[in-house]
Design a protein around this ligand. Structure first.
Ligand SMILES: N[C@@H](CCC(=O)N[C@@H](CS)C(=O)NCC(=O)O)C(=O)O
Length: 231
């Protein structure tokens, strides 16, 4: 059986904008593994009920093993598959967990501020009331009140100094070659890349140059992702 990943999609099922699914997809390629994706909508909860939880990515491996959560998937890949490490030893994995938390608590909120209405506008109409209600309950305001691109860009600018400093010293967060930490962070940027029409970074920024390198990996896997803005 093929290796499958349930992957969040828009009304146009070619639009894949989940940061967590991007992390897993890139990590799979890093290991040299092939992956078939199954487009998944927020309200397709029954389709992944077998995984015992309600979020994607969900991986069903060739031997039917089921794995969820992007960080756990990367850890599992290192344990199950040889080839280039994503995290390396336990100490390196523990440090990568810090980067996961940093990206989810600092980068993700900025990107949400920039692009939440863009997300709403590309998801399937059958998902829209669930998405609006769940996110508005979380934010305590409407999506339209929450989205503030200018403020999001300011939040992003405040978040970026440690990443920029790291990339001033090496081509990738993980050094000369990309690995787990790069995918953890870059996955976040893929949400904006797919749904948002507008530059986030100046071209002379080391972060922008790293972003370009990441887009080019694995034959331009991320660069070639269908984008809402280009439609
Ligand atoms: N900790 C999980 C988070 C996964 C997650 O939040 N996935 C989102 C898509 S980006 C999801 O499935 N959300 C379902 C929902 O909001 O109902 C991971 O790292 O994979």
């Amino acid at each position: 059986m093929a290796r499958i990943m349930y992957d969040l999609c828009g009304e146009d099922t070619a639009l894949r904008f989940s940061p967590f699914c991007w992390r897993a997809a890139l990590a799979m390629r890093h290991k040299g593994l092939t992956l078939e994706t199954r487009p998944w909508h927020f309200t397709d909860t029954q389709d992944i009920a077998f995984s015992g939880q309600g979020k994607v990515p969900v991986i069903v491996d060739e031997d039917d093993e089921v794995v969820t959560d992007s960080f756990d998937i990367m850890t599992w890949l290192d344990q199950k598959y040889p080839g280039p490490a994503l995290f390396g030893d336990d100490m390196a994995r523990s440090r990568a967990r810090f980067i996961k938390h940093w990206s989810e608590t600092t980068l993700a909120p900025a990107l949400m501020k920039i692009a939440i209405v863009d997300v709403f506008s590309i998801i399937d109409p059958k998902d829209q009331s669930y998405f609006r209600e769940s996110r508005e309950a979380r934010f305590g305001m409407t999506l339209e009140e929450f989205q503030d691109t200018e403020q999001g860009l300011e939040m992003l600018e405040k978040a970026l100094p440690p990443l920029r400093a790291q990339l001033e010293g090496s081509s990738f967060i993980d050094g000369d070659h990309p690995a787990g930490a790069d995918y953890l962070v870059f996955g976040m940027f893929m949400l904006a890349y797919v749904v948002h029409d507008g530059a986030l970074l100046k071209s002379d920024d080391p972060v922008a140059q790293w972003h370009e390198r990441m887009l080019d990996l694995f034959g331009g896997l991320a660069r070639n992702a269908p984008r809402a803005a280009s439609r």
